[in-house]
Design a protein around this ligand. Structure first.
Ligand code: GLC
Length: 547
């Protein structure tokens, strides 16, 4: 077991977490001032979305200096202070490296675009524009955030450069050894500073097809935009880079590498671990972000994810992030909405695998439709008035209290604060033992002290369409085996009623309530048929020792 196997990660979108200087944008000092909150919540590690120098065309995912802090967020000393303050509280810090593309304002690109003879020209991906005839782009690859061809003209060299997000994010050429070394230098620089690992943005996109073949048609609009991304990403050459990155990380020890595979494909995510276990430690499987509400859908998805992973690879789960509508919004259903959020939280924090929380989900922050004038995300602006594409709604400021700026800022927030913040905020929920926040804290504390939940095996119980149930049995870790089998601790039964109505469930054995909704902790529940309240969460410690 490594620290990240049984850690709970918490993703911070730095623009939106806490502003410390009144400019309406969150910053690193703001995050530092909230570390006590995060430690008390009970998470173990923070993933902070990019805070590096950036023209902010994609809000930090367009980096113009990799080893720096954008003045909007603070400075390098501020980052060092944040890192050591987090470490003092036993919170690890993972930074978000965007190595698939730079900003078009990165000095590397500036130099590369000057001419075909520039020493850095080959650090990016180019195709000549024909001297005569129609200027048809070399293939059908698309810019996902501009909804047009991914090839953009560079008049100085009479070429197109490739950019598959916005035009301001030119893709680098990982086939060039100097570029590769420069990127590894970036990785080492952050490891030298003491960060605990990386989330690797668009990690499966680093390589493009050498022959620049046209992507085949795929009859699915979202998220692939009618293409199967066979040739512009997800090429096999990427595994060599993953192995290099792993060697670098291993040479420091105790650091974690987490891939963002580009595509909602569990096989692709699984492949990032490498069949010999020598590639990335974890890769996001985004299936939970698109599942409909229901026990069967999640059971099926989790089961297939466990099966897809190569031997030795460790699963992870996430319900929300900065690119998709928040799950409380996706699964909203009138008065039942918050009860569903509890079911979702209990599932995320008790399944076998590393959970990733997204800031604000612990208080049930939702999404609101923003007026055209308030939109900031290039994709949202491009697709307006359609909703569901733009990513601003899931990036609104953290709701700390009922004040005008929600305790997030004393200035004008860069995105509007959700109008429900006077009632839905941290301060209000901290004083309420029945709040969603209190429920998350209880689950996180239970998880931390229960080996079966942190690292145990998982066995699904039954195939009920509405009730997701599983037994977590402590793993036979070598250390605990030495101390005798009793030290493995009890097994835990998790029973989650996804239905908004009462249900019965055949409990294979009895136990005592560890946590849940509706039954007091410590209450005995007999084995056999048990009646479940609508959206009930029931987490039991079994009586016998683990089987
Ligand atoms: C990833 C990020 C997303 C970003 C894109 C381009 O998908 O999660 O927010 O816009 O990469 O860097």
């Amino acid at each position: 077991m490594q620290w990240w196997n049984d850690a709970v990660f918490y993703q911070i979108y730095p623009r939106s977490f806490q502003d410390s200087n009144g400019d309406g944008v969150g910053d690193l000092a703001g995050i530092e001032s909230r570390l006590d909150y995060l430690a008390a919540l009970g998470v173990d590690a923070l993933w902070i979305s990019p805070f590096f120098k950036s023209p902010m065309k994609d809000f930090g995912y367009d980096v113009s200096d990799y080893v720096s802090v954008d003045p909007l967020f603070g400075d390098m000393d501020g980052f060092k202070r944040l890192l050591s303050a987090a470490h003092r509280r036993n919170l690890r810090v993972v930074v978000d490296l965007v190595l698939n593309h730079t900003s078009d304002e990165h000095p590397w690109f500036r130099e590369a675009q000057e001419s075909r003879d520039s020493p850095k020209h080959d650090w990016y991906i180019w195709k000549p524009i024909p001297e005569r005839g129609p200027r048809r782009p070399p293939n059908n690859w698309i810019s996902l955030f501009e909804l047009r061809s991914a090839w953009y003209e560079n008049p100085a060299s009479r070429e197109w450069y490739l950019a598959t997000f916005t035009r301001n994010q030119p893709e680098v050429n990982w086939r060039n050894p100097e570029l590769r070394e420069a990127m590894y230098g970036v990785v080492r620089a952050w490891l030298d500073l003491g960060v605990d690992g990386f989330r690797l943005d668009v990690a499966t996109g680093y390589f493009k097809d050498e022959l620049f073949r046209t992507n085949p048609f795929k009859p699915r609009l979202v998220p692939d935009l009618l293409q199967e991304h066979l040739y512009d990403r997800n090429r096999p050459e990427v595994h060599g880079i993953f192995r290099d990155l792993r060697r670098i990380a291993d040479s420091y020890g105790g650091r974690v590498l987490i891939a963002e595979p580009h595509g909602q494909d569990r096989a692709l995510a699984a492949s990032c671990h490498g069949s010999a276990g020598d590639e990335l430690h974890m890769a996001f499987n985004f299936e939970f972000l698109t599942r409909p509400w229901g026990a069967a859908a999640f059971r099926d998805s989790a089961r297939r994810w466990y099966e897809a992973l190569p031997p030795g690879a460790w699963p992870n789960f996430t319900l929300s992030n900065h690119d998709q509508p928040r799950h409380i919004h996706r699964y909203r259903r009138g008065a039942e909405t918050e009860a569903r959020a509890r079911v979702a939280a209990a599932m995320l924090l008790t399944l076998r695998g590393t959970p990733f929380l997204y800031y604000g989900e612990e208080i049930g922050m939702g999404c609101v439709r923003l007026p055209r004038g308030a939109l900031r995300d290039p994709l949202g602006i491009r697709t307006w008035p359609l909703s569901g594409f733009g990513r601003d709604p899931e990036r609104t400021p953290m709701q700390w209290d009922a004040s005008a700026g929600a305790g997030f800022t004393t200035g004008t927030p860069w995105l509007p604060v959700n109008p429900d913040h006077p009632v839905r905020n941290v301060a209000a929920q901290e004083g309420n033992p029945d709040s969603l926040l209190a429920f998350y804290k209880k689950l996180l504390a239970l998880r931390r002290k229960t080996p079966a939940l942190r690292s145990g095996d998982l066995e699904f119980l039954g195939e009920d369409p509405d009730v997701l149930a599983y037994r977590r049995t402590p793993a036979e870790a070598a250390e605990t085996r030495k101390a005798g089998s009793d030290s493995r601790g009890p097994a835990v039964l998790v029973v989650l009623n996804f239905a908004g109505g009462r249900k019965t469930f055949a409990l294979p054995e009895g136990g005592r309530v560890l946590a849940g909704t509706g039954r007091a902790v410590g209450t005995r529940v007999e084995g056999g048929t048990v009646g479940l309240a609508p959206c009930e969460v029931l987490i039991l410690e079994t009586e016998g020792r683990s089987r």
